[in-house]
Design a protein around this ligand. Structure first.
Ligand SMILES: [Zn+2]
Length: 329
């Protein structure tokens, strides 16, 4: 499938938000993932960067990504753009007919041993439940369901371990592509919680059931947050955004810090808990009320949300770079 870039006009943008309402959303959009990957790529040390470039070449979509790179790009830009595009792969395969939905609840709930397998590109299951971890919370005293597993947290841990192991490059390529994507996902606060209530004893699917109204049209809370960084995914626009958001580098930015695998797991868990905390404190707040809405999202909410989304994307990029600098060298 040829992956093409397109510039969205405001009208098409609104239409895209409307389309997003029909299918539960479970991912930052391409802009979010590409920005996280771009911020990370600029912080990779030389050996790690070369290792990532080599592994990404093994992805079956590599030639497609290469054909999407503007001809004016130099080698460093080309490699960075390909890395940014690779971050979208776990979403792109949702439109690839050779992949199929597995699991229960439309593929959003893991089921059976295949849900945790890690066999590389011969696996044509979508594993949609790897994109998030729904820690439940309730504001009306409802009983909380258990958190399904595998989920984003178990898979980030698994893929990080594999990158640091003697497994084959084929498996490492698959795991790297997923890892770059999911580290981005867990920094979207609605990828880390689900709001449980008497009306939704199993949760609201990370805000997918909460309807909202915006000046651009109707949407749901989850999709609204997924699109917080904008819709224009042309590479140079995203690279400008990466440049604007990237924190300054210092001599310690690329320094490898020895961490045990237990410390690594604790760190990943803390990132998810922080994101879940943002969801409870800053996402499910006025004008978002109890129930399904629709709630009209005002400019004040939007302004604060954009600031939080950008902050989270920057953290995701910096943390992803640390993870890779400590795993692939
Ligand atoms: Zn995702």
């Amino acid at each position: 499938m040829l992956f093409k870039f397109f510039r969205l006009t405001a009208a098409v943008c609104a239409a895209a938000i409307l389309v997003a309402v029909s299918e539960p959303a479970h991912a930052w959009n391409d802009v979010g993932h590409m920005t996280v990957a771009g911020i990370a790529y600029k912080r990779l040390d030389t050996a790690t960067k070369a290792h990532c470039d080599a592994l990404i070449k093994l992805n079956p979509y590599y030639e497609n990504w290469l054909s999407s790179v503007p001809t004016s790009a130099n080698t460093e830009e080309k490699n960075m753009i390909v890395f940014m595009l690779a971050a979208t792969w776990p979403d792109v395969i949702k439109g690839d007919k050779s992949f199929s939905i597995d699991g229960a609840n439309g593929g959003y709930k893991p089921e059976g041993a295949v849900s945790a397998r890690n066999i590389g590109y011969e696996d044509h299951l979508l594993h949609k439940y790897w994109h998030f971890i729904d820690y439940p919370f309730s504001t009306d005293g409802s009983a909380l369901p258990v958190v399904p597993s595998p989920n984003a947290e178990t898979e980030i841990s698994e893929f990080t371990k594999v990158l640091n192991s003697g497994k084959s490059d084929a498996i490492k390529s698959y795991d790297l592509t997923w890892l770059v994507h999911i580290v981005g996902d867990i920094h979207q606060p609605l990828h880390c919680v689900t709001r449980v209530s008497k009306g939704h004893p199993d949760g609201d699917n990370g805000g997918n059931m909460v309807k909202i109204r915006t000046v651009d049209g109707d949407s749901n809370l989850h999709a609204y947050w997924d699109n917080m960084l904008g819709m224009d995914n042309s590479p140079y626009r995203v690279m400008r955004l990466v440049k604007k958001l990237s924190p300054p580098m210092n001599k310690n930015s690329r320094r490898r810090v020895e961490v045990s695998s237990n410390q690594q797991l604790e760190k990943i868990h803390a990132w998810i808990q922080e994101s879940a905390q943002y969801a409870r404190q800053d996402v499910y707040v006025s004008p978002i009320g109890q129930g399904n809405g629709p709630f009209f999202v005002d400019r004040r909410y939007k302004k604060k949300s954009v600031a939080l989304a950008r902050k989270q994307v920057v953290k995701a990029g910096v943390r992803l770079a640390d993870l890779l600098n400590n795993s692939l060298y």
